[in-house]
Each structure stands twice: as C-alpha cells, then as structure tokens.
Design a protein around this ligand. Structure first.
Ligand SMILES: C[S@@+](CC[C@H](N)C(=O)[O-])C[C@H]1O[C@@H](n2cnc3c(N)ncnc32)[C@H](O)[C@@H]1O
Length: 202
C-alpha cells in the first residue's frame, strides 16, 4: 500500500529539469494532468491503466494534499502528485518528448480581460507543449468557458504540430465525451455547455 509520501514528489529546484519518466521504474508510458483538483479523473484513469504512470500537477495545496491522500487510500502505485505552478514548469523546466498524453480539464478561465495574462494556455505555453509531449501523443482540453475555448483554439490552430482528432478515445479514458472530472460532473448536472478539443502531435 503506498503512503502519501510515496505519492507526493517535490517540484524541481530552480534551473533543474523535470522528466516525469524518472518517477516510474520501467519506461512505461506517462500521462500528465494539469490542475487535477480533487483527482476524480486521475483516480479513474490510474485504476483503468495500471501499466501506465500518471502525474498530477496541482497548485492549490488543499487539493494537492486531498488528491495525494485519495490516491494513497485507493492503493494506487502508478500516480504521483506534485504541487507546482504548471505554467512555470512547462515554460522553464519540463524535459522534451517525455509525455504520452496531456490532460487539461476546466483550467481556470480568468474571464476579466486584465487577468487574461494569468491563463494557463497561451501562445508560449502551446509552443512548449508541442516539444514536451512525444510525437503521436494525445492532448485533451475541455472547458465550460466559451470565450476561453475560442482563445485556446486561436492559439492551437496555427501550430503545424497539432492535428485535431476526435475527443472520444477510450484508450485515454474518454467515452461519450466524458472525462469524469469533478467540475465536469457538476456542470453536466447543471446543464451547462462544455467545450472540448483533442489533438495528436505530429
Ligand atoms: C477549475 S479547477 C478544475 C479541477 C479539475 N480539473 C476538474 O475538472 O474538476 C482548476 C484547477 O487547476 C488548478 N490550477 C490552476 N492554475 C494552476 C497552475 N498554474 N498549475 C497547477 N494547477 C493549477 C487549480 O488549483 C484548480 O484545482
């Protein structure tokens, strides 16, 4: 049974690179979720794919601890949780060609124009993502915020490395367009629209 200490990993020191493959012993495929919140998606994915490694990056200490504890209680040996600002990590410290899938579900929309600079997904972030994921990797994004969704489209569509693919992909945990995150479940119950997009990298 893993302990919470087995699940949690420290962020890299300043100037150090982070290669998530080093967290797992056997060269297995690695998927990473940014903003894992209460961990609903990670839990289900890690249970369904015990031969893959999963990393959750969560900035809020409360959710980071909650999810790490949840993974330990479910006895999941294939999940690691890091408390870090994923934007800084992706722009400055991630290794290249290291992820088989990147999951981003309901990133904070920062709706006010003066806060748009705080959005996770911007031009520089997208430029980094296409070098951090492996060629042929899957990148799935969903949001309940129509304007942020358009913003994301405008920043992803110019990238020649990204090919849009169907959102459903049972191999990556998406069936009937549902990722099963806590926010998604809540918004579906409320009847709010959800906007979804997935890419394969060339
Ligand atoms: C709206 S919640 C969505 C949580 C979860 N993905 C879901 O769908 O239920 C956004 C989450 O992203 C986290 N977050 C926001 N900015 C982040 C960043 N720069 N790095 C890591 N996590 C971040 C927040 O703390 C929060 O838990």
């Amino acid at each position: 049974m893993p302990t919470i200490e087995d699940i949690t990993v420290d962020p890299p020191d300043i100037g150090e690179q982070f290669d998530p493959r080093t967290l797992f012993p056997d060269g297995r495929p690695v998927e990473l979720e940014i903003g894992s919140g209460k961990g609903g998606f990670l839990l289900r994915r890690a249970q369904a794919a015990p031969d893959r490694g999963f990393v959750g990056i969560e900035w809020a200490n409360k959710f980071y601890k909650y999810t790490a504890d949840r993974m330990a209680r479910w006895g999941l040996n294939n999940v690691r949780m890091m408390r870090a600002d994923a934007k800084h990590l992706f722009i400055h410290q991630m290794a290249k060609n290291c992820l088989d899938a990147l999951h981003i579900y309901h990133p904070d929309p920062w709706p006010k124009a003066r806060h748009h600079k705080r959005r996770l997904i911007d031009t520089e972030f997208v430029r980094q993502v296409v070098t951090i994921v492996k060629p042929g990797a899957r990148w799935a994004i969903q949001t309940d915020h129509a304007e942020y969704f358009e913003w994301i489209r405008e920043r992803t569509s110019p990238r020649p490395e990204l090919t849009e693919i169907p959102y459903d992909d049972p191999e990556f945990g998406i069936v009937d367009e549902e990722a099963g995150t806590n926010f998604e479940i809540k918004y579906i119950k409320e009847g709010r629209p959800i906007y979804r997009i997935a890419f394969r990298t060339r």
